[in-house]
Design a protein around this ligand. Structure first.
Ligand code: SAH
Ligand code: SF4
Length: 348
C-alpha cells in the first residue's frame, strides 16, 4: 500500500482532489502529518470520518519503531530504529550545551567503502531510505528533544549512516518537506548535508531551489592518500572535486564545510596541513577537523592531540577558519563514523 507520510503538498492536493473533497482538507492533513507528526488517521479529528476512511483504505503510515536508545555521558542520545523490512538504522540527538542537533541517516549502510568508517565495515550497503523513513527520524528526534530536554530541535545534520547524495531524489523530497513552513519549518541555514564527494550529486544539490549547507568529507591532502582511504576518489578525483567546489554558486551568506578526519600517521602531519591548505585555496569554505573515532572494524589510530592542534594552527594562520569537532556521543558509539546499527541485541 502507498505511504501517506512522504507526500508533498502538491501530491496531497492531488489525492484530496481525486476524492472530490475541498482543497483545504489537503492543508489540514498536511498539518497533521508534518506539524503534529501523527501516525494514525483516527487522530485527525477535524477531518470528516468519510474522508479518513478513504485515506485508510488507500494509504498507510511508514513503519518505524524505536527499539533501543543509549544515553551518552554528554547527554547525547543514540536511537536504534527498526524498519518495515526488519533492517535497522541509527539516528543521534547530539547535545552540545543548549544546542541540540539531529544526526540523520539516509541509507541502511553505505556503498562508498571509506576505510575508516564503521558504517561501511559493519553493515555494507543494504538499501536507500525512503522519504518517509528519513522524515520519521526527524519526527522521532524532534519529539524526544521536546520530551527530554524541553527544547525545540532546530538543527539537522545528514551525517548518520549512508551517503546522502547517493539517495538524492529521496533526500531532495524530504528536504522540501523539512523546509516548508507549513510542514516541519526548518531553516535552510540550520540543515547540513555531508557527502563523501559525489560530483554529480553535488551539481544536483546546488540546482535545488533552496540548497541547505553542504559539508564535503575531503579527508586527505592529495589524490594518492585519498584514494587509499576513500575508494570514491577513483570515480571522482580530488582535484575535480575541489574544482567543482570552487565554481558552485553558493548563497552569499553560506560557506561550504570541508571535513577532514585526522588519521594518526596517515594524513595528520604539518606537511599534510600545508598541502591541504594549498589544495583548498579558492574554495569559500571553513574546515572541520575530526579526530578519528575508533571502532572494532578499523585498523587506524587516532591522531595525537599535538598534531590536531598543529594542523588547526597552520590553517588558521593561513586565514582558513578551522574548528575541531567535539566528540559528542563517543561513549555510545554515536560519534562520526561509529554508526553501525548493532544488529546483535538490537531488540534487547
Ligand atoms: N557519508 C557522508 C556522511 C556520513 S559520515 C560522508 O561521508 O560525508 C559523516 C562524517 O564522519 C564524514 O565527514 C566522515 O568522513 C566522518 N567519519 C567517518 N568515519 C569516521 C571515523 N571513524 N572517525 C571520525 N570521523 C569519521
Ligand atoms: Fe559512507 Fe560516509 Fe562512511 Fe564513507 S564515511 S563509508 S561515505 S557513511
Amino acid at each position: 500500500m502507498e505511504k501517506i507520510d512522504c507526500l508533498s503538498a502538491e501530491e496531497l492536493d492531488g489525492v484530496v482532489l481525486s476524492y472530490g473533497e475541498p482543497s483545504f482538507r489537503s492543508r489540514q492533513i498536511y498539518n497533521w502529518l508534518y506539524r503534529n507528526n501523527v501516525s494514525s488517521f483516527d487522530i485527525m479529528t477535524n477531518i470528516p470520518s468519510s474522508l479518513r476512511e478513504k485515506l485508510e483504505n488507500d494509504y498507510e503510515f511508514t513503519y518505524f519503531e524505536e527499539v533501543k536508545r543509549l544515553t551518552s555521558s554528554d547527554g547525547s542520545i543514540k536511537f536504534l530504529f527498526r524498519l518495515e523490512d526488519g533492517e535497522h538504522i541509527e539516528s543521534v540527538l547530539l547535545r552540545d550545551g543548549d544546542r541540540i542537533s539531529g544526526c540523520i541517516s539516509t541509507q541502511v549502510g553505505c556503498k562508498m567503502g571509506c576505510k575508516f568508517c564503521a558504517t561501511y565495515a559493519a553493515v555494507g550497503f543494504k538499501r536507500n531510505l525512503s522519504v518517509g523513513e528519513i522524515l520519521q527520524q526527524v519526527s522521532a528526534l524532534r519529539k524526544s528533544a521536546e520530551e527530554l530536554f524541553d527544547e525545540k530541535l532546530l538543527n539537522l545534520v545528514f551525517m548518520g549512516m549512508g551517503e546522502p547524495l547517493d539517495n538524492i531524489d529521496n533526500l531532495k523530497k524530504a528536504l522540501t518537506i523539512l523546509l516548508d513552513d507549513n510542514a516541519f519549518g526548518f531553516s535552510h541555514r540550520k540543515i547540513t548535508v555531508s557527502t563523501s564527494g559525489l560530483i554529480d550529486g553535488i551539481k544536483k544539490f546546488f540546482a535545488m531551489e533552496t540548497p541547505v549547507n553542504l559539508a564535503v568529507s575531503i579527508n586527505a591532502p592529495n589524490q594518492n592518500i585519498r584514494q587509499e582511504i576513500m575508494p570514491v576518489s577513483n570515480k571522482y578525483p580530488l582535484n575535480d572535486l575541489v574544482n567543482i567546489l570552487k565554481t558552485v554558486d553558493i548563497d552569499k551568506r553560506k560557506r561550504i564545510t570541508l571535513e577532514y578526519v585526522l588519521l594518526g600517521g596517515i594524513n595528520d602531519s604539518l606537511s599534510h596541513a600545508k598541502e591541504f591548505c594549498q589544495l583548498i585555496k579558492g574554495v569559500k569554505a571553513k574546515v572541520n577537523l575530526i579526530s578519528f573515532n575508533g571502532s572494532p572494524f578499523s585498523k587506524f589510530k587516532a591522531p595525537i592531540e599535538e598534531n590536531v592542534l598543529q594542523f588547526q594552527e597552520y590553517l588558521i594562520n593561513n586565514n582558513v577558519t578551522t574548528f575541531i569537532r567535539k566528540k559528542l556521543g563517543q561513549d555510545i558509539s554515536g560519534a562520526c563514523g561509529q554508526l553501525a546499527a548493532e544488529y546483535e541485541g538490537a531488540d534487547s
